[in-house]
Unconditional design. Structure first.
Length: 225
């Protein structure tokens, strides 16, 4: 009796091992993860690595990676003051420079700046603090012209509204002044003083405290001639 029980135990043991071995030796079925819900119960699923290609990756935005220049060639721009360049004010009105830059036998200051330029803000703040006194001492015109790209125009509006500068301020819509002025407006701020005939009499790049006094001294000199 004992021998029969032992034989039954051994047979049962070999049967479990045989089932495990047969399962282990079955080939693994590779399926698309999307269709894995359709795989019969008990089938082992191995996920395939997902292959990607730079050619198949779509950009997340359609925004252009670079700004497209809309400036005319220098040969097509009126190179003499008051020029013929499109200028836009904070009210989004666009006008030609020869309609708003005065030619009235007074020296004219053209101050070029950027909304992102800290030295520009410093210079304009220094001039604003002294501007009322300057007007009492000399008769002259002053215009501040931003060379910001169109994408920064909202920042231009904000700057004008916040600072309430006592002079006219515009944006060079197509960034054309750099095509006709000496140095191409490379490095801001830049300030030009034109005499009563519209000829450049003084040109300054960058800003250091006290530069505004040198600027006004030139303005006074030209105003008395």
């Amino acid at each position: 009796m004992k021998n029969i029980i032992c034989l039954l135990f051994v047979a049962c043991l070999f049967g479990c091992q045989s089932e495990n071995n047969s399962t282990a030796n079955q080939p693994e079925k590779v399926v698309n993860p999307v269709n894995s819900a359709m795989v019969p119960t008990g089938t082992k699923v191995v996920a395939q690595p997902v292959k990607t290609s730079l050619d198949t990756i779509k950009p997340t935005t359609n925004r252009p990676r670079y700004a497209v220049s809309r400036s005319r060639p220098s040969t097509e721009i009126q190179g003499a003051y008051p020029y013929d360049i499109d200028l836009k004010n904070a009210a989004s009105n666009t006008v030609k420079s020869d309609k708003i830059l005065a030619k009235n036998d007074k020296p004219t200051v053209l101050l070029f700046w950027l909304t992102t330029c800290f030295p520009c803000s410093m210079e304009m703040k220094a001039i604003k603090e002294k501007y009322a006194d300057w007007q009492k001492e000399a008769d002259f015109n002053l215009y501040a012209i931003s060379t910001d790209f169109e994408s920064n125009f909202p920042k231009f509006i904000k700057k004008v509204e916040e600072n309430k500068w006592p002079w006219e301020t515009y944006n060079d819509v197509n960034r054309e002044f750099r095509q006709i002025l000496p140095g191409g407006l490379n490095g801001l701020p830049q300030t030009f003083v034109l005499d009563k005939n519209g000829e450049i009499a003084y040109h300054k790049r960058k800003y250091r405290p006290g530069d505004e006094d040198v600027l006004f001294a030139k303005v006074k000199e030209l105003a008395t001639k």
